[in-house]
Design a protein around this ligand. Structure first.
Ligand SMILES: Cc1cc2nc3c(=O)[nH]c(=O)nc-3n(C[C@H](O)[C@H](O)[C@H](O)COP(=O)(O)OP(=O)(O)OC[C@H]3O[C@@H](n4cnc5c(N)ncnc54)[C@H](O)[C@@H]3O)c2cc1C
Length: 90
């Protein structure tokens, strides 16, 4: 990725995933206009839950997105990992 030095006001960004959108949001906070190029013509939802650990939520919070995320999710305080025959591993 090209390193941005002072004086740049626009930036191309490749990919509309969380990485590309996160970069665009962070650059936008610094006053940089970002143009995102996404090769897919539509988003395909997988229908799975999304787990976001604390380190991820901290960054999303810095991007000003934490309250919006919390409004559609819930907190939990433990994980369980199961084997193929549902035996609890951890
Ligand atoms: C089934 C499943 C469940 C998951 N569950 C979780 C979870 O619960 N929690 C979690 O944190 N992570 C989860 N992940 C992982 C998470 O989805 C990825 O780590 C994350 O999406 C990676 O984001 P990214 O922006 O780097 O890449 P991507 O999401 O892959 O985005 C890259 C984008 O760039 C586009 N692109 C690529 N090349 C080009 C190009 N040349 N020009 C234009 N566009 C381009 C692609 O089309 C794509 O939309 C899961 C993954 C899967 C598959």
């Amino acid at each position: 990725m090209e390193v941005l030095h002072g004086g740049y006001s626009t930036c191309p960004d490749r990919g509309g995933g969380i990485g590309g959108l996160g970069l665009a949001a962070a650059l936008g906070q610094q006053g940089v206009d970002v143009e995102i190029a996404e090769r897919r013509t539509e988003y395909k939802l997988l229908g799975v839950g999304i787990n976001q650990p604390a380190n991820s939520l901290r960054i999303l919070g810095r991007l000003g997105l934490l309250e919006q995320i919390r409004s559609v999710g819930f907190a939990y305080d433990r994980n369980e990992f199961h084997g193929a025959v549902r035996k609890t591993l951890i």
